[in-house]
Ligand binder design. Structure first.
Ligand code: ATP
Length: 302
């Protein structure tokens, strides 16, 4: 019998992102704190066991610009589960996943990573694949540096190239997100970041972890004002050079009552931390009136 269910894939915001110099393996070392937002995609999943044929995967989405072939991380996540699906009797199944896309694409909100993590965790739970969290985290890291953090609710401290994750304590925080239009490729932002840094000024991995420690402490103490002071993104300058809508949007967020605002991840989405729900709603309405894609809501406590 076919198994059908809906999986929630939450967007992330980076409260701080410290980036080091390019490693020999082509990745940048990072120390970042990500918090999961109430903003989410929905994956409508159907797995139909069959008696013959191979595993087939079909992806569809309700928005243009979302790949529907093997370049979609959701597709690759299912492929990574092939052996476990086979062992559980789903080796010849027809898998179809419809993505109700609510997280803007290529916006620094980790939508693709969240969708992929939702598939790994959801298939494991719903189809009883029996994969340990450790093994799920390993599969997630093979899909992308941000995917392991998406397996964990609340806030996560991520190090290495982002794939080493540790859940940390954090309060619930109010946010307004605004998108100035267009897309930014993460690879292009990192290239610009590399070009902007002078040789010899790179921080070591332990420097990066030291740099993020005040934020981790502020989150543990639930001190919202302290947390706001620690918001920081090493990629902000590079993203702002590639997208001239970012700087005015940051200024606008502050004018609308944000305690602090920054670019999320590689942008171009700007995330503003708000003192309360009322200020968040008002700011969101004002920004919406100016034609931006806007979301307001909370990030999850942990
Ligand atoms: P990154 O993790 O690179 O910082 P992002 O959060 O800025 O990503 P995503 O929405 O994940 O942006 O999209 C990055 C690229 O990944 C897109 O250009 C898109 O073609 C591809 N992609 C693969 N799978 C998905 C998916 N399920 N949803 C959205 N984009 C996807």
């Amino acid at each position: 019998m076919a198994v059908e269910w809906i999986e929630t894939a939450r967007a992330k915001v980076n409260l701080a992102l410290h980036v080091g110099g390019l490693r020999d393996d082509g990745y940048h070392p990072v120390a970042t704190v990500m918090q999961r937002l109430a903003l989410h995609d929905e994956l409508v999943i159907r797995v139909e066991p069959r008696s013959s044929g191979d595993l087939t995967i079909r992806i569809s989405a309700d928005r243009p610009g979302v790949p529907t072939g093997p370049e979609n991380l959701v597709w690759r996540a299912v492929e990574l589960l092939k052996a476990q699906l086979e062992a559980a009797g789903y080796g010849r199944a027809s898998v179809s996943i419809h993505i109700r896309k609510r997280i803007p694409v290529a916006a620094g909100l980790g939508g693709g990573s969240a969708d992929a993590a939702a598939v790994l965790a959801g298939f494991n739970r719903r189809l009883g694949l029996g994969i340990s969290l450790e093994a799920l985290l390993e599969k997630a890291a093979a899909l992308g540096s941000d995917v392991p953090a998406c397996l964990i609710d609340g806030a996560t401290l991520c190090t290495g190239r982002g794939e080493k994750v540790r859940p940390i304590a954090s309060p619930m925080l109010w946010w307004v997100l605004a998108h100035p239009g267009g897309r930014l490729s993460t690879a292009d932002v990192y290239k610009t970041f590399d070009a902007l840094r002078e040789a010899g000024t790179w921080e070591s991995e332990s420097d990066l972890e030291e740099a993020i420690a005040p934020l981790v402490s502020a989150l543990a103490c639930q001190g919202v004002a302290q947390v706001a002071r620690c918001l920081y993104n090493d990629l902000q300058e590079a993203a702002s050079r590639l997208h001239n809508g970012i700087a005015p949007l940051l200024a606008e967020m502050r004018a609308q009552g944000a305690i602090n605002a920054l670019v999320s991840g590689s942008g171009p989405t700007v995330a503003a931390m708000m003192p309360d729900a009322r200020t968040a709603r008002r700011a969101a309405e004002a920004l919406q009136g100016k034609g931006f894609w806007v979301w307001w809501g909370f990030s999850h406590a942990s």
